[in-house]
Design a protein around this ligand. Structure first.
Ligand code: TTP
Ligand code: CA
Length: 392
């Protein structure tokens, strides 16, 4: 069966997150109304509550005292961010097995762009099921997922399917699904916009979709055009991946200042090997190589070279580092510290990010080296002239 590449955005959101962690860790709380936020006689508000408590009308941000009035039999618990943070990290790690293109929205919610992963994992639907399974088995939590061809509809799919949802909104059904929903379901439509629209006789997304654009613009300005597009199922915003790693580097301070060229070159070789390997492992490649040299008098010099193309090859890193070291010449004599770093990073593009060893920026011998070291432990094979400098 052909893969539906059109459905490439998955929105994921844990159900009743903080309360679910509490119920997971204390079985006696399962099936009961649980309210997280603090003691009911305190002046705080509800952070969240289990679905059992929602039946009583308890909601996030409601004063705890009011929550107690609505549901006196509920169990009230304080917020324990340490455990929620751990669970969140575990769940985001599961996401990262399926795609590097993740846009976190909050502690328990993210968009995943799975365009590059479809041919590996089959379909967005399969990925969503696999995520749900892994989150339940490994983190003991229930996650709702929504799938569609853009962010707005993927998130809407999650919200409509909750709890334990796995809803898909396909292109051909988008306008129909949207038409009967209230305008408040549109991204960015708050109470003020709702009031303006209500005065115009617009209550559903379907009403908005058929309102002439000039009328919407007159009452809502540019935002009117944006809402109209959403009402037609159009949302061109990209999944914004926040790549934290901007550079990576290694350096060494010698016990005694040195001027032995071979020793300096050997250090650069070792750093090139380690950085190349880290790039390949994290599916990144670099375009700028920098060496750093600190002389005996603490004067520090950096020299950089930006390559014509990106690389994840240790050999290319080493050749560039050698070139930079030679360019530096004799400098100021004895050296106290030498370092190598790579920056200007990007991920291996498209499908290559998953078939690491087909990337042209890595040589065949390095592929083999990686495979052997992956299999038999770090540094099973190491370039011969590195042996004296092998990291302990
Ligand atoms: P949400 O995803 O909004 O809520 P939820 O996960 O509890 O429930 P569901 O998604 O199934 O509707 O928020 C995630 C967590 O963030 C929530 O468990 C607690 C915290 N939170 C607050 O502390 N204060 C708030 O006002 C909200 C909305 C959430
Ligand atoms: Ca949630």
């Amino acid at each position: 069966m052909a893969i539906q590449t059109d459905l490439n955005i998955i929105h994921c959101d844990l159900d009743a997150f903080y309360a679910a962690v509490e119920q997971r860790d204390n079985p006696s709380l399962r099936g009961r109304p649980v309210i997280v936020g603090g003691r009911p006689d305190s002046r705080g508000v509800v952070a969240t509550c289990s679905y059992e408590a929602r039946v009583y009308g308890v909601k996030s941000a409601m004063p705890l005292a009011e929550a107690r009035r609505l549901c006196p039999e509920a169990v009230f618990l304080p917020v324990d961010m340490k455990r929620y943070g751990e669970a969140s990290r575990q769940v985001f790690e599961i996401f990262s097995r399926f795609t590097p293109d993740i846009e976190p929205l909050s502690i328990d919610e993210a968009f995943l762009d799975v365009t590059g992963s479809l041919c590996i994992f089959g379909s967005a639907e399969k990925i969503a099921w696999d995520i749900k399974k892994a989150v339940l088995n490994e983190a003991g939590l229930i996650i709702s997922t929504g799938i569609s061809y853009n962010k707005f509809l993927a998130k809407l799919a999650t919200d409509l399917g909750k709890p334990d949802g796995m809803k898909i909104i396909r292109r051909e059904e988008a306008t129909h699904v949207l038409s009967l929903l209230p305008v408040s379901r549109l991204w960015g439509v708050g109470t003020k916009t709702q009031q303006i629209l209500k005065r115009m006789g617009i209550e559903t997304i379907g009403d908005l979709a058929v309102t002439p654009p000039d009328i919407l613009e007159k009452h809502l300005g540019q935002a009117g055009m944006f809402f109209r597009e959403l009402a037609h199922g159009i949302d061109n915003r990209k999944v914004e991946t926040d790549r934290e790693v901007k550079s990576m580097g290694r350096e060494i301070t010698f016990d005694e200042d040195i001027d032995d060229r071979h020793q300096l070159e050997a250090c650069l070789l070792q750093f090139s090997y380690l950085l190349g390997r880290r790039l390949r492992r994290t599916k990144l490649e670099a375009r700028t190589v920098t060496i750093k040299v600190r002389y005996h008098d603490f004067k520090t010099v950096n020299r950089s070279k930006t390559l014509d193309g990106y690389t994840a090859s240790s050999t290319v890193l080493y050749e560039t580092a050698l070139f930079l070291l030679r360019k530096l010449g004799q400098g100021r004599g004895r050296i106290r510290l030498i370092g190598l770093s790579v920056s200007n990073l990007r991920s291996f593009e498209g499908l290559e990010q998953f078939s690491l060893f087909k990337n042209e920026s890595v040589s065949r011998s390095e592929e083999l080296l990686d495979q052997i070291n992956d299999r038999f432990g770090e540094d099973t094979i190491i370039t011969a002239n590195l042996l004296p400098y092998r990291e302990k």
